[in-house]
Design a binder for this molecule. Structure first.
Ligand code: FAD
Length: 452
C-alpha cells in the first residue's frame, strides 16, 4: 500500500509525526507539496523565495523524490491519491482560518481515502487549552501556566528521511502533472539560509552562544542575542518540540525562551477561537477610535515605511525590515507603537506592510503582535503606555551601533548621541528632522483614547 505524505508548514524530515503515522499504514510513501495559488499570491516575493528554497532542500533530503504539483488542493490531492491507489493522506493539522477550511474540503473530496492529521506546527494544538469551564483564555499568563503543564508531553518524534521508503514520483500513473520548484522571484532583500539543515545549524549556534543569556540580551537589537527561529518555525524546518527539548531547566535564559514559544502558541489559540481578530480590533471598544486615514496620513505612512521619520531607532528598524526581511522584536514593538500612537494610523496598515516584507510573516503572531502594540488586543499593552522613540533607542541600543548599521547618514555620530542627531554640533544634512513632536502626539493619542 502507498501513503501520501502531504507537506505544508512542516518542511523537514526530523521530528515528523506524520512519518510515523504513514509507516503504520503503508510500505511506501509519496512525498507531496502543492503550490496553492491562494496561499502563494499574498505571500510576496520574499516568503515565496524562502519557501522555494525550503522545498529544494526537502527534495534533496528525500533523494529527489518530492512531488510538486500546482493547483487547488481539494482538486489535486484526491487525484494523486487515486492515481496511486493510496489508502491514506498524512498531514500535520493546520489551524489557520484558510487551512482549516481547505483541509475540510480535501478530506471530503478524498472520500474513502483516510485523511490523517498528526501533530501541528505548535507545541499544543490551537483550541486544546481552555479554562476549566471550556472558555478560551484571553490573557496570556494563565494560559502560559496551563501550557507549561503540557510541555512535558512534547517529546520530539524520532524520524528522519529513512523512516519511510519514498516512491519515485515518476512511477505515478496519471493524475496532476509534476512541476519543478519554480525559480526564485526577484528579491530586494538578503534572506536567511533556508531548509532544515540551516535551521538546525542556526539553532545549535544559538544554544551554544546565546541561550543562557537570552533573558538579558533578547531586548538588544544591536546584538545577535535572539534565536532567529521565527522563519524556521513558520515553514516548519524545525518544530518547537525540538527547541523545547534543548531549552530545559530553570535557568533564566531557557525559561524566558520557553515563554516566547508559548506566546507563539497563545496567538495561534487566539486566532483559532477568534479568526476575526486577524482583521478587526479584538477589543470592540476601539471601533470608534478616531484614526487618520486621509492623504496626509498616507504620506506619513510612506515616511514610516521608508525609514525616514527622523527618529533614528525607528528608521533603523524600518530599514532592517526592508533590507533583511526581519526585524528585532523590541523594534517591532517600537515601530508599531510609533505608527499607532505617534502617527495615529490604523494598526492594520502597519500589519499589512509587515506581512508584505517579513520572511517570518505569520498571521497569528503578526496580527496579534500589532494588536498588542495598538492596545486593541488580548491583554494588550495598556493604551496609555506610549513608547518614547528616543528612550527606546537609548535603552536598547545603548552605544548606537544598531542605528549606525542601518542608517548610514548617521554613521558619523558617535555613541548614544546618534539617537538625537538634532542635538549634534553639526546635524547631518541628509537626514530628516523628526516628522512629529513625540510629546504632543503622545498627548493627542491619549486624548483620542479618553474620548472613547
Ligand atoms: P526569539 O526571541 O529567539 O524568540 C523565539 C521564538 O519565539 C520566535 O522565533 C517566535 O516563534 C516566538 N516569539 C517570540 N516573541 C514572540 C511574540 N511576541 N509573539 C509570538 N511569538 C513570539 N513573529 C513571527 O513569527 N511572525 C510575525 O509576523 C511577527 N510579527 C510581529 C509583529 C509585531 C508588531 C510584534 C510586536 C511581534 C511580531 N512577532 C512576529 C513576534 C516576534 O517579534 C518575532 O517572533 C521575533 O522577533 C522573531 O525573532 P527570533 O526568532 O530571533 O525570536
Amino acid at each position: 500500500d502507498t501513503a501520501v505524505v502531504w507537506f505544508r508548514r512542516d518542511l523537514r524530515v526530523r521530528d515528523q509525526p506524520t512519518f510515523l503515522a504513514a509507516r503504520e499504514r503503508a510500505g511506501r510513501a509519496l512525498g507531496l507539496f502543492v503550490l496553492d495559488p491562494t496561499l502563494l499570491e499574498p505571500a510576496g516575493p520574499r516568503r515565496t523565495a524562502f519557501l522555494y528554497r525550503c522545498l529544494r532542500a526537502l527534495d534533496d533530503d528525500l533523494g529527489g523524490r518530492l512531488l510538486v504539483v500546482k493547483g487547488d488542493p481539494a482538486d489535486v490531492v484526491p487525484k494523486i491519491a487515486k492515481a496511486l491507489g493510496a489508502g491514506s493522506v498524512h498531514v500535520a493539522a493546520d489551524f489557520g482560518p484558510y487551512g482549516r477550511q481547505r483541509d475540510e474540503a480535501v478530506e471530503k473530496a478524498l472520500g474513502d481515502v483516510e485523511f490523517v492529521r498528526s501533530g501541528s506546527p505548535y507545541v499544543t494544538e490551537p483550541g486544546s487549552i481552555t479554562k476549566s469551564d471550556g472558555d478560551p483564555y484571553k490573557v496570556f499568563t494563565p494560559f502560559s501556566r496551563e501550557w507549561a503543564k503540557r510541555i512535558g508531553d512534547a517529546t520530539p518524534a524520532d524520524t528522519d528521511a529513512k523512516t519511510l521508503s519514498w516512491m519515485d514520483p515518476s512511477d505515478k500513473d496519471g493524475g496532476p502533472r509534476a512541476v519543478k520548484v519554480p525559480d526564485d522571484p526577484k528579491l530586494d532583500a538578503e534572506l536567511p539560509e533556508a531548509g532544515e539543515k540551516a535551521a538546525r545549524e542556526q539553532w545549535e549556534a544559538f544554544v551554544d552562544e546565546h541561550l543562557t543569556d537570552y533573558d538579558e540580551m533578547r531586548d538588544r537589537p544591536d546584538r545577535p542575542g535572539t534565536s532567529r527561529m521565527s522563519v524556521h518555525l513558520k515553514y516548519g524546518t524545525v518544530h518547537p518540540r525540538t527547541l523545547l527539548a534543548d531549552a530545559r531547566g530553570n535557568g533564566k535564559g531557557p525559561t524566558s525562551f520557553r515563554n516566547e514559544i508559548c506566546f507563539r502558541d497563545f496567538y495561534a489559540h487566539v486566532l483559532w477561537w477568534f479568526p476575526r481578530s486577524a482583521r478587526e480590533n479584538f477589543d470592540p471598544k476601539f471601533a470608534s477610535m478616531k484614526l487618520d486615514t486621509g492623504k496626509d496620513a498616507q504620506q506619513r505612512f510612506a515616511r514610516w515605511q521608508e525609514g525616514r521619520t527622523g527618529y533614528p531607532a525607528i528608521d533603523a528598524a524600518m530599514r532592517q525590515l526592508s533590507g533583511e526581511a526581519w526585524m528585532h522584536n523590541r523594534m517591532r514593538m517600537a515601530v508599531a507603537s510609533f505608527l499607532v500612537k505617534d502617527l495615529h494610523l490604523p494598526w492594520w496598515w502597519g500589519a499589512t506592510h509587515f506581512m508584505n516584507l517579513l520572511v517570518d510573516g505569520d498571521l497569528a503572531s503578526n496580527q496579534h503582535g500589532w494588536q498588542w502594540a495598538a492596545g486593541t488586543g488580548t491583554d494588550a499593552a495598556p493604551y496609555f503606555r506610549v513608547f518614547n522613540p528616543v528612550t527606546q533607542g537609548e535603552r536598547f541600543d545603548p552605544q548606537g551601533d544598531y542605528v549606525r548599521r542601518w542608517v548610514p547618514e548617521l554613521a558619523g555620530i558617535e555613541g548614544k548621541k546618534v539617537h538625537q542627531p538634532w542635538k549634534a554640533d553639526e546635524p547631518p544634512t541628509d537626514y530628516p528632522e523628526p516628522m512629529v513632536d513625540h510629546k504632543a502626539e503622545r498627548q493627542e493619542a491619549l486624548d483620542r483614547f479618553n474620548a472613547l
